[in-house]
Design a protein around this ligand. Structure first.
Ligand code: UD1
Ligand code: F6R
Length: 365
């Protein structure tokens, strides 16, 4: 089943050009997107006072990546909830809310308990899941199957990118009545259709990421700084590294750097800074300068051709990735970090597909 690959995680990372294609199949039209499962509910979603994204782990991170374009294309405020934390706080959920539940397996206990809670409170409940027939799929009012194909590796990879794409289509569908964002929507639709080829392109970094992994093999910790569209990329990249490579790693909001994390910077601690082209680019350039002036050991992810723009001194290691529509950039940017986590795990001698203490889905017993 693994074919020519050594591990499922590796196979699933390399499958992404295909899984992204199947997520979009039959749903992308020149004029807009067609999500069969949402047709009858789009108007209700448009009228909602708030969208609440709810999930755990990687699925939460996918929702976080979707938040900026959901807000931009729909104008509806979006709040984020880790399922267990919503339950711990018994946070307010209203009839006027649309609660979007994101779960690869559709069986995660906390997510399903949060779903019960939102149903009791009268919210419209929408599922984004990879598993047809799952409890999430059956209990939500409507939703989108991401159709990424079965994911076997415990570390979620292809489901993450397909979840983001499914939520991009959701945002496009909900926002399709807004004339002022028509051109922006068209640009995003065209960006979506080229994502599979961009994903193939970025997978060519495999050997580079293996080499980078070999230089990080003995590090105790790895920080990842992102912001805007790529705050989620920082959290998700760090989650992959900690869960499979068993190395301490933290994703951080670059805008918070001066409020604490800067104290950690020295010449030993490796730091990945995500600085691909978008409205936050110049802010990331100044973050890089500040880290370099404290002798930070930097690995910068930037758009193709931007190496000297992000690191004029040439003292950083640079990962150049293809440029896509800014809000879709997280789909591409996570792939080198997935490859890095994979190679780091193999080189450190750990089990890729069965990370210590983790299981694929945390179902209720
Ligand atoms: C559906 C068919 C697909 C077919 C296509 C043809 C299924 C599962 N899908 O896809 O095989 O090729 O029509 O037009 O038969 N749903 C939830 N919660 C969720 C996810 C989905 O309630 O978390 C519901 C949807 O609202 C919808 C149904 O499940 O009613 C199927 O969803 P989805 O597979 O995404 O719909 P289509 O893309 O239309
Ligand atoms: C990380 C990972 C977990 C899951 C989380 C939610 O790679 O796999 O963090 O994302 O347990 O699982 P689902 O999406 O099945 O609800």
């Amino acid at each position: 089943k693994k074919g020519s690959y050594d591990h499922f995680m590796q196979k699933e990372i390399h499958e992404q050009p295909h899984s992204l294609t199947t997520t979009m199949r039959g749903r992308l039209k020149d004029s807009g997107v067609l999500l069969g499962g949402l047709k009858e509910h789009i108007k209700t979603i448009r009228r909602s006072r708030r969208v609440v994204f709810i999930g755990c782990g990687t699925s939460y991170n996918a929702a976080l990546a979707a938040r900026p374009f959901m807000e931009e294309l729909t104008g509806i405020p979006v709040t984020m909830e880790v399922a267990s934390d919503l339950l711990d706080r018994q946070g307010p959920i209203y009839r006027e809310d649309t609660a979007v539940f994101v779960s690869q397996s559709g069986e995660t206990a906390d997510t399903l308990l949060a779903l019960d809670y939102a149903l009791e409170n009268g919210a419209l409940c929408v599922g984004i899941t990879n598993t047809v027939g799952s409890t999430l799929s059956r209990r939500t009012h409507c939703g989108v199957h991401i159709n990424a194909g079965c994911e076997i590796g415990v570390a979620s990879t292809k489901a993450y990118t397909s979840q983001i794409v499914a939520m991009a289509m959701l945002a496009l569908a909900v926002g399709s009545d807004q004339i002022s964002t028509q051109a922006r929507r068209e640009a995003i639709i065209s960006g979506l259709s080229s994502l599979p080829s961009n994903a193939s392109e970025v997978l060519k970094l495999d050997a580079d990421m293996k080499e980078l992994a070999s230089s990080l093999i003995d590090s105790e910790s790895l920080l990842v700084f992102g912001r805007g569209y790529n705050y989620a990329t920082a959290l998700e990249g760090a989650l992959k590294v900690k869960e499979v490579a068993l190395m301490h790693s933290e994703g951080m909001l670059a805008g918070e750097m001066k409020h604490g994390p800067l104290a950690l910077v020295d010449e030993n601690l490796p730091i990945i800074v995500i600085a691909t082209r978008d409205a936050c680019f110049s802010k990331q350039q100044s973050v890089i300068q500040q880290l370099l002036s404290r002798k930070g050991r930097l690995i910068v992810m930037c758009s193709e051709g931007d190496a000297s723009a992000v690191c004029p001194s040439g003292s950083c290691r640079v990962i150049e990735v293809p440029d896509v529509a800014d809000c879709l950039q997280p789909v591409i940017n996570i792939i080198p970090l997935q490859l890095l986590a994979y190679h780091l795990t193999v080189l450190r001698g750990f089990d890729v597909d069965q990370p210590r203490n983790l299981a694929k889905s945390l179902i209720q017993h």
